[in-house]
Design a protein around this ligand. Structure first.
Ligand code: IMP
Ligand code: MG
Length: 182
């Protein structure tokens, strides 16, 4: 398949199929289930919108402990390049204070979004914060951050599908594909 990136046609290649994603999510959920909250309180899954929408929806179905779902909207990307600036497009729910929070992200690239959220959540006074990311680009990290649960490590190429977008498009693809040479 070819898509247009900035007016230029680019080849797209499937990296992870629907089945591979499903199987990995079941494994990640098992890891999460093996680390219950220390005080048995409900886990609060904080979905980072819109990218993590599909991942979170599939992941929570396999989490076997009391779970609540909250969301936050942040934005850091325009096209295939990070702007380096994080915008909070919705307020963090105040009820996260004192709670054990699992941030669910689609992908970690520079790590700035997670570093930003860590700061915000610390200021809010959460009891703990852990991070589950479907995808991680270790070579692109600019912040020293580490996700507690990672689906797949990938290279630097831009990826689309399964929640991940290119200027708002392609989130609905059931697989993750990379844009070659991006
Ligand atoms: P970071 O703050 O640089 O780690 O970027 C994280 C955010 O940028 C993710 O939550 C995504 O929304 C977006 N992003 C980073 N890499 C990609 C990509 O390859 N495809 C689509 N979105 C991406
Ligand atoms: Mg995102």
């Amino acid at each position: 398949m070819k898509i247009l990136v900035g007016g230029q046609p680019r080849e797209v290649r499937v990296l992870f199929s629907e089945e591979q994603i499903h199987n990995r999510i079941v494994e990640i959920a098992a890891e999460i289930n093996s680390c219950p909250t220390p005080d048995q309180s409900a886990l609060v899954v904080l979905v980072v919108l819109h990218g993590a929408l599909l991942f979170a929806a599939d992941l929570v179905r396999h989490i076997a402990m009391p779970t609540e779902i909250e969301s936050v909207r942040i934005r850091s990307y325009h096209g295939t390049q990070s702007t380096g600036k994080i915008e909070l497009l919705s307020q963090l729910p105040a009820r996260l204070k004192g709670r054990h929070v699992l941030v669910v992200e689609d992908i970690i690239d520079s790590g700035r979004s997670i570093a930003f959220l860590r700061n915000e959540l610390n200021s809010l006074g959460v009891a703990s914060m852990r991070v589950a990311a479907l995808l991680d680009k270790p070579e692109a990290h600019e912040e020293t951050i580490q996700a507690d649960f990672v689906g797949f490590k990938i290279g630097r190429n831009f990826v689309i599908g399964y929640g991940l977008d290119l200027d708002g498009h392609y989130r609905n693809l059931p697989y993750v594909a990379e844009v070659l040479g991006s």
